[in-house]
Design a protein around this ligand. Sequence first.
Ligand code: B12
Length: 468
Amino acid sequence: MRTGIIHLINPKTDSLTTRPLYLNKALYSPLAGLLAVAAAIPRDQYDIVLTDENIETIDFDLKADLVGISAMTSYVNRGYEIADQFRAKGVPVVMGGVHPSFMPQEALKHCDAVVIGEVELVIDRLLDDLRQGAMRGTYKSDKLHSMVGIKMPRYDLLKKHRYVNRTFVQTSRGCHQGCTFCAEPLMNGLKFRYRPVDEVIHEMENCGARTISINDADFFGTPERPKEVMRALKGRGIQWQAGVTSKLAQDDRMLELAAESGCTMLSIGFESISRATLKSVHKHVNRPETFAELVEKVHSYGIMVFGLFMFGFDGDDRSVFDETVKFNIDANYDACAYSALTPYPGTLTWYEMKKANRIISFDWTKYDQGHVVYRPAQMSGPELRAGMESAFRNFYSASSIANRFPWRGNRHRAQWLIYNLFMRRGAQTENISSIVAPTAEPDVAPMPPILPVKQEWRAAVLEASTGS
Ligand code: B12
């Protein structure tokens, strides 16, 4: 039987995390979704061509049996343009990823089919329909994947030399926090679903890299499971970083095992230094009074802290920028990223802001956590944008970098410098206008793949989706 060709495409976006900044390298590859899709496609039936438009151009003349496009909200419009072009050439197109999963009816205006949520349990049906010329509409599994037997992502398709962090290994899906601005629980559920430790280790040993990023929503989500992975990782000479929440990042046993098993950095969603704000977005796990001690403790194990903060919460007034950055510098954060609160379609923040008629722009390209697409409570949009720019400028000023550099201790100094230089240049080369023009509302309502559990939030989703 003839082997077919599937062309998988990650559309271009202007994110400082995935834009080439030094030596033609981007800080991160944004391809975890597509590498998982490629792994789910039978290799004996299809050859895969992978294009990341952030680093290369798309060959629109490439003959393919199917084009697959992955999209987050900030680059879905570019995804739609690409889909329209291929369909005009008679090539079938399927879309997937977080945005098409939350707005499948919108996406179906530009593609033949949409995979809602995980691909692994629907790929066979999708490819069967493709072969019969009947691939159309939405494909959604009626259950979440058990996480057992997930195939290793196709790391072999990556253009390795173009990214600093290119290898993402997922050990779990889902998150039990339920923060109002986050898509994860509505995409992958409120329960952590874990891959067997031996499958995780096999992948870490065979992914072709000795430096990896664990792209779980929260690797330290529960007390015992991460310890099993770290015990199994010890002595394998693999360096790793992971996204975790603050609570168990203060646990000595957890940090001891992390250091012993090769952890060099923890990315933590601190979000805000205000307890009231954290409560208002349902991130109860975070306690600002413990943040400075947390950073010091993690440093004592030779591990860096990458602090993720967000501005624009209703409790934020104009003093929030200087106060947060002063705290970050005084507490010796290794790196920080500052984002604008963004009401991603289908999240609870979206429904809250929609109900209050506070969303100004529905131009998805502006949903990049750099632009301000809504009316903040205690400042204007341009003031919020200017505040974010001053935060990056001050935290990554030459004097701040010099004062924070880890001259002593066991932190990874080269990685420290790479992050500070990439984030500094990334912030300096952003081309984000502070004025965001109002737009009309989309004519289709989002529908989260998994409905919120809380009754009042569930009601908000259903009310919005039926317009009643
Ligand atoms: C790790 C991570 C990153 C990594 C890399 C992610 C990657 N995709 O490679 C980095 C640090 C680069 C990153 C950057 C950003 N991120 Co991020 N990230 C995450 C995180 C934590 C995990 C995503 C992941 O790796 N999942 C693993 C893969 C396997 O799952 P998946 O992508 O869902 O793919 C599955 C399905 O969706 C489906 N699928 C996916 N694509 C396709 C395509 C086709 C054709 C098909 C059929 C199926 C399919 O199949 C896959 C397997 O089942 C999520 C979630 C979270 N909890 O916070 C946020 C998240 C995805 N990120 C988010 C955002 C906003 C960003 C940034 C815009 C932030 C910024 N300020 O710049 C940038 C965008 C960068 C870019 N894309 O260019 C938002 C997206 C919200 C939205 N509606 O768009 C999320 C959901 C966080 C949140 N709290 O809401 N991110």
